[in-house]
Design a protein around this ligand. Structure first.
Ligand SMILES: [Zn+2]
Length: 309
């Protein structure tokens, strides 16, 4: 399960109600920030999330509304002497920009206690039971990335079978849970197959930042349990959306339909519209949609059965 906290849901400029783009993703004990718009450190405080345990900031692209909060956040961490390392991840172009911007404001990587890591589309990191990867995203000729969080399907142990076979509570059950056989005290062998239930699917979460076309995203985000994506414009301003390199709410919803998404979460909301208008346009195409508001919390769990083994 992934927990999301929307910290900033505005497009381009913040408003009284919406902060600049930032989204916290937690899969205990790991915490990630996706983008870090101006004022994100205060949004973290207002959400009572604090700064601890934040291991990575994943940057979608280098536009100022998505990165301007980095220097302040890192400076405050220094002031509070939080010296657990924080890694800033993005494309080569984004990381090169962050390097110039941060070294001119708070100091270089070595002085200021952050690390920059340029990644290409593909695997970013792998943890037991889940992985994070990056996908290319088209937005105004930037080197933009989207991020996919994917849990592996797992087979849970059936307590009735464990009890029936006399497998004691403790290390033997942990070994079986890791998919390995055990030999019990009385000499009998128990294999994982003897005590496993059916596959339990893992959750898939797709986060796409600013984007101007969706055809290339259908396969990468396919069957995600949740898709977070921008919806900066409405169809009546489709020409403006195209010229600014953004999506309309209907275009985001068409992607959700085509890619068989579980739930569509729209963000990057322009001050020119009411959220209700965006919701109405998207839900006419794809009903399982909501328009995010700052401080919304959403749990993402698996909706879909796993692929056949
Ligand atoms: Zn933006």
């Amino acid at each position: 399960m992934f927990e999301l906290v929307f910290l900033g849901t505005a497009a381009a400029a913040p408003s009284a109600a919406r902060g600049s783009p930032a989204l916290l993703i937690a899969r205990a004990p790991a915490r990630f920030l996706v983008d870090c718009g101006e004022g994100t450190q205060r949004q973290l405080m207002r959400a009572r999330l604090g700064f601890r345990g934040l291991g990575h900031v994943l940057l979608t692209h280098l536009h100022l509304d998505h990165v301007a909060g980095l220097a302040g956040l890192l400076a405050t961490r220094q002031l509070f002497q939080l010296d657990d390392a924080i890694e800033l991840v993005g494309s080569r172009e984004t990381v090169a920009f962050a390097r110039r911007y941060l070294s001119a404001t708070i100091g270089t990587e070595r002085e200021a206690g952050y690390r920059l890591r340029a990644v290409s589309p593909g695997l970013v990191l792998s943890r037991p039971g889940w992985r994070l990867s990056a996908v290319p995203v088209a937005h105004r000729a930037t080197e933009s990335l989207g991020y996919l969080f994917e849990e592996e399907a797992r087979r849970a142990l059936l307590p009735g079978r464990l009890d029936g076979l006399g497998v004691p509570e403790g290390p033997e059950r942990a070994v079986l849970a890791r998919g390995l056989p055990v030999v019990l005290a009385d000499g009998r062998s128990v294999t994982p197959e003897m005590v496993q239930g059916p596959d339990v699917p893992g959750a898939k979460l797709a986060i796409i930042g600013d984007v101007e076309e969706v055809a290339s995203l259908v396969e990468p985000v396919r069957r995600a349990d949740a898709l977070v994506i921008e919806a900066t414009f409405l169809e009546r301003d489709a020409a403006l959306a195209r010229s600014r390199g953004h999506l309309t709410a209907a275009a985001a919803a068409r992607l959700a339909c085509e890619a068989e998404i579980g739930e569509l979460l729209l963000t990057h909301i322009s001050g020119r519209y009411q959220a209700a208008e965006i919701l109405a346009e998207a839900s006419a195409v794809f009903p399982r949609v909501r328009v995010a508001t700052d401080f919304d919390r959403v749990s993402v769990t698996a909706h879909f059965p796993p692929p056949p083994r």
